[in-house]
Design a protein around this ligand. Structure first.
Ligand code: PLP
Length: 306
């Protein structure tokens, strides 16, 4: 057998990827399976997305390579959404990047920011691609435990200084999966201040920003002064629009980090399918009303289980 890299043995395993196989086995045995595995809602994608994709399919230009530039209309729709929702302005060409779902962007960012031996801070429990990115880059994935007594917040300022000096990337995710914790504004301010002081890239993973309850409105990290110096914020069409399999996400933020991530991605992929980006552009202009419908449904279900 061909020799494998030492790196491949360092990936800790990906239990969620096992679930579809296990589910198939159980279904084949005739079992009635309720799949609580991946965060994949049983909700149809928005009609506006389906219509836009159907139209885009008729245009042969949509079948070409998108490269990292992708569809300018998608970048512009992203900018309009952030302006409308968070009051933050981005240059569509230099501060936005389309992603094949936010997962690959999150993982690839470690290749753009970490050297072997650097520290990459990874919350646990947390989304597994963070560790995957750290391992691929040769960085040391240092676990930051999320504890109920700290409201599941990672307090960077409490880490030893020598660790902070070696840290090049930190992943944070609020509203959090799986704890459902949210990040108060003063917490975000402290976090941005520490990242600026130690020149640490902050990957703010925000796919659940629209999936909140009881009047709570989740912020963008770019509502915090100074965040643009060190942060990227990752968004996803998967959760807000129930478009998990379409594989569409985007990242906004610091232009040097966007440029570095674009470089890494240029060698790994050629961007999301342009027709999917056309559908993304169409739904983004309706984000708030579409999210409201889904959240109403989730809220009913949540209330039943409480
Ligand atoms: C915390 C978190 N971040 C990112 C993602 C990735 O979403 P996607 O790659 O579908 O955009 C998920 C998916 O479950 C998630 O739970």
């Amino acid at each position: 057998m061909a020799q494998l890299s030492k790196r491949i043995g360092k990936f800790p395993g990906y239990p969620l990827a096992e679930i579809p196989r296990r589910k198939r086995e159980l279904l084949a045995k005739g079992m009635d399976v309720i799949d609580l595995g991946a965060g994949d809602a049983d909700v149809a994608p928005p009609a506006v997305a389906v219509r836009a994709l159907t139209e885009a399919l008729k245009d042969p230009a949509m079948s070409r390579y998108g490269f990292q530039l992708g569809l300018p209309a998608f970048r512009e729709a992203v900018v309009r959404y952030h302006q409308r929702r968070f009051g933050t302005a981005f240059d569509p060409m230099a501060e936005v990047l389309p992603l094949l779902g936010s997962k690959e962007g999150l993982a690839h960012l470690a290749l753009a920011t970490c050297e072997p031996g650097d520290v990459c801070l990874v919350p646990e429990p947390g989304y597994q691609c963070y560790i995957g990115g750290a391992v691929a880059s040769g960085a040391e994935a240092r676990i930051a435990p999320l504890r109920p007594e700290q409201d599941f917040l990672v307090e960077l300022g409490e880490l030893p200084r020598d660790v902070l000096r070696r840290t090049r990337l930190v992943y944070l995710n609020y509203p959090n999966n799986p704890t459902a914790a949210v990040a108060p504004r003063d917490y975000l301010e402290r976090t941005v201040a520490v990242c600026r002081e130690y020149q640490i890239a902050l990957a703010y993973d925000n796919p659940y920003v629209e999936v909140t309850f009881d009047g709570y409105r989740a912020p963008s990290i770019f509502e915090i002064d100074g965040a643009r110096e060190i942060a990227l914020e990752f968004h996803s069409a998967s959760k807000t629009f129930s478009m998990t399999g379409w594989r569409l996400g985007w990242v906004v933020g610091n232009r040097e980090l966007i440029k570095a991530l674009t470089t890494v991605k240029s060698y790994h992929d050629t961007g999301p399918w342009l027709a999917i980006q056309a559908a993304g552009a169409a739904v983004l202009d309706h984000t708030e009303e579409l999210a409201q419908e889904t959240v109403r449904l989730f809220q009913t279900r949540r209330d039943v289980t409480l």
